[in-house]
Write a protein that binds this ligand. Structure first.
Ligand code: ME8
Length: 670
């Protein structure tokens, strides 16, 4: 079993976590989960970076002692982990004793090897980014990273002989072409290295919120010296016990430091130089991703243009957020976070492609096979359609694994969605609903449904690292054991015939709201950016109470032109917008639901033949279209006063008409 040690940056605690932090943590989580499924012994570390002048100032502003402030904000970073279903193995806070010991041990080791000396630092400092800014790098007199004002500092300082490591670093880069990815970041580092390195100031005396320098407590360590050490603290560095030493030897060096692109220099130059100085192994890979932008500007706590992940999780569910960020951001590049893109991805990819497919396949097994996975007829599996789908599924496991290993999560998801498309096309090609009408074609129905359900099982297993909840729910619907299947043994054809399916539930109910409505709802739940106030709990109801995703089985298209009617004929039918107030099953009927609807002027009872497609509870609150002036009729003893419109394909389930921007009940439809 190979070891896989992956880290996120440890986050500053001057403000609460936002989508940028959540993104890195979710990416690391997906990769860690995938490596577990690939059989690795994974150690996944995240945490908080709590020292430095910025935090000291934020605490003062909040009117709290610095330790109290640190504990309060660190807790917010801890609290968000279960919200995002993060599977980290450790969470490090740099204020913990184990970390003080590790940082001081590293300092001593570098000092003993002769790479630290005392001097005086005079120059510019950006407290937002906690970096020294040489005159030559100032941009209009401001920080080149965040554009905020820089401060002049002049104080006694210890220096690390960074300049002595230029050649060894260049040599390391030469020998390890994948040390820093993507390529663009590697090239930036190489030009920085080739331009020559200056020694690095690694201590401060003008504030006290930091780890004291060994043997000279008037100095606290430069926050980056302390922060970078966290990666070794977590695996036992600085602890002399045999257990800790063993742990360090087996987990260090880290396999991947996953970071945002603005902190590449610290990780790709300072950190390896410090490790070379301490004669310790270097991390294997530094992988950096791009930024989430809001209208072109980096989402950041110092600007305040941040998205609160919790708001999206509570409105749309965690997996919708995970899917969106993994799929939308091409790894390494920047991406805009927009509600338009969120809504499109949700409705098109999740509700329509995945949600409908699962619902469609399981519904047909319920309808045509009494809810039991049928057995395929082996002789039918060599037909071109079956072979083509099998090839897609066979190739998928390897492809997804490869994409995940290179952090190309958007590619991995695109590959999975291509397979979802292939299953959808297979079902359309086989038309089980048509075959089911002919008893002599029973084997073909069984084969088609087995092949589709089995492909879905593999797809769901592969979705586990990305959308853990959705993967489990899908597998449960397919009647499959929820315990994860190692990817090495994940093969097509393993779904056991005779398995009873679980209950069907909509995976991703369609969002019938406009972007404007959506924005308002998410804005209302954004926690305040300032760290000194409590987060307002959301008081709004979930955006989609549980409206099921409409199921669309393509209707056969008639080639006969129907007789035309005049507009007057059409207007005789009064169609109105209505809202469902209550819904229940009609006793003894598997097809009928009794709906109570608001038609604008009154409340009416309408009986609709949609029970096989919709759970009654899921309809409450939904906006539908009804025929208002239909003569009343009794159905199974219940008087129906109108008719609800739905697309009703031959052999398929009905799909209710709806609106992306629901009008008021009573509005005429024409
Ligand atoms: O830099 N888009 O902490 P930090 C994508 N403490 N990712 C983003 C982002 C955005 N708009 N904004 C933040 C620090 N991130 C140091 C790290 S490590 C030894 C010390 C993510 O709180 C991204 O991973 O400023 C980025 O690198 C990290 O948060 C910076 O977090």
């Amino acid at each position: 079993m190979s070891r896989f040690f992956i880290t996120t940056p440890i986050y500053y605690i001057n403000a609460e976590p936002h989508l940028g932090h959540a993104y890195t943590t979710m990416v690391a989580d997906a990769v860690a989960r995938a490596h577990r499924l690939m059989g690795d012994d994974v150690l996944f570390l995240t945490g908080t970076d709590e020292h430095g002048q910025k935090v000291e100032r934020a605490a003062k502003k909040a009117g709290l002692s610095t330790p109290e402030f640190a504990a309060r904000i660190a807790q917010k970073f801890l609290d968000i982990l279960p919200v995002l279903d993060i599977s980290n193995d450790d969470f490090i806070r740099t204020t913990e004793p184990r970390h003080r010991a590790a940082s001081q041990a590293l300092w001593r080791r570098v000092r003993e090897k002769g790479h630290i000396y005392k001097g005086k630092y005079e120059g510019w400092y950006c407290t937002i980014d906690e970096v020294f800014v040489p005159d030559t790098q100032l941009k209009d007199g401001r920080c080149p990273i965040c554009s905020n004002a820089v401060e002049r500092i002049a104080e006694e300082s210890y220096f690390f002989r960074l300049s002595a490591f230029q050649d060894r670093l260049l040599d390391h880069y030469e020998r390890h072409p994948d040390f820093v990815t993507p390529e663009a970041r590697r090239n930036e580092v190489l030009s920085f290295l080739r331009a020559g390195l200056e020694d690095l100031s690694i201590s401060r005396t003008s504030f006290t919120w930091g780890i004291p320098v060994p043997d000279d407590p008037a100095h606290v360590m430069y926050v980056w010296f302390d922060a970078l050490t966290n990666y070794m603290t977590a695996v036992g560095f600085g602890d002399e016990s045999p257990a800790a030493t063993k742990r360090f030897d087996s987990y260090w060096p880290a396999d991947v430091h996953l970071i945002g692109k603005e902190i590449v220099r610290q990780h790709a130059v300072y950190w390896p130089a410090l490790l070379l100085a301490a004669e310790l192994p270097l991390p294997k890979r530094i992988v950096s991703h791009g930024w989430w932008l809001m209208e072109g500007a980096k989402m950041s706590k110092s600007i305040g243009n941040v998205v609160a992940p919790q708001a999206y999780v509570s409105r749309f569910g965690l997996d919708a957020l995970r899917y969106f960020v993994f799929r939308e951001m091409v790894f390494g590049q920047d991406a805009d976070f927009t509600d338009e893109a969120f809504l499109t991805r949700y409705n098109a990819d999740l509700a329509n492609d995945l949600g409908n497919l699962v619902s469609r396949a399981t519904t047909m097994i319920h309808r045509y096979c009494e809810g039991i996975v049928p057995a395929a007829d082996v002789s039918l599996l060599s037909r071109p359609e079956e072979r083509s789908l099998s090839n897609t599924v066979d190739a998928l496991v390897k492809r997804v694994g490869k994409s995940v290993q290179s952090f190309q999560l958007s590619v991995a998801l695109r590959e999975i969605w291509d397979a979802i498309g292939a299953v959808n096309r297979y079902i359309v090609a086989r038309e089980p609903w048509r075959l089911a009408k002919d008893a002599s074609r029973r084997d073909e129905v069984d084969t088609a449904l087995f092949v589709a359900a089995d492909a879905l099982r593999v797809i769901a297993e592969l979705l586990r690292p990305f959308l853990p909840g959705t993967a489990e729910r899908t597998l449960r619907m397919l009647g499959v054991e929820p315990s994860p299947r190692a990817w090495a043994s994940l093969t097509r054809g393993d779904l056991a015939p005779g398995t009873r399916l679980g209950e069907i539930a909509a995976l991703f109910p369609r969002i019938e709201h406009t972007v404007q409505e959506l924005r308002q709802m998410t804005d209302d739940t954004k926690p305040p950016v300032a760290a000194n106030g409590p987060v307002q709990p959301s008081t709004q109801a979930p955006l989609h109470p549980s409206t099921p995703a409409p199921v669309s089985i393509p209707a056969p298209v008639s080639t006969l032109a129907p007789e035309r009617i005049s507009i007057d004929d059409f207007l005789k039918v009064e169609l109105r917008v209505a809202r469902v107030l209550a819904a229940e099953r009609v006793p003894k009927s598997s097809r009928l639901l009794k709906l109570s609807v608001d038609v604008g002027t009154e409340q009416r009872t309408i009986v609709a033949g949609i029970a096989e497609a919709y759970e009654p509870e899921s309809l409450v609150g939904r906006t539908v279209v009804v025929v208002f002036n239909l003569k009343p009729a009794k159905l199974m003893g219940v008087e129906s006063n109108g008719m609800v419109l739905a697309a009703s394909p031959e052999g398929g389930k009905p799909t209710l008409l709806g609106f992306t921007e629901p009008p008021e009940p009573g509005t005429r439809v024409r």
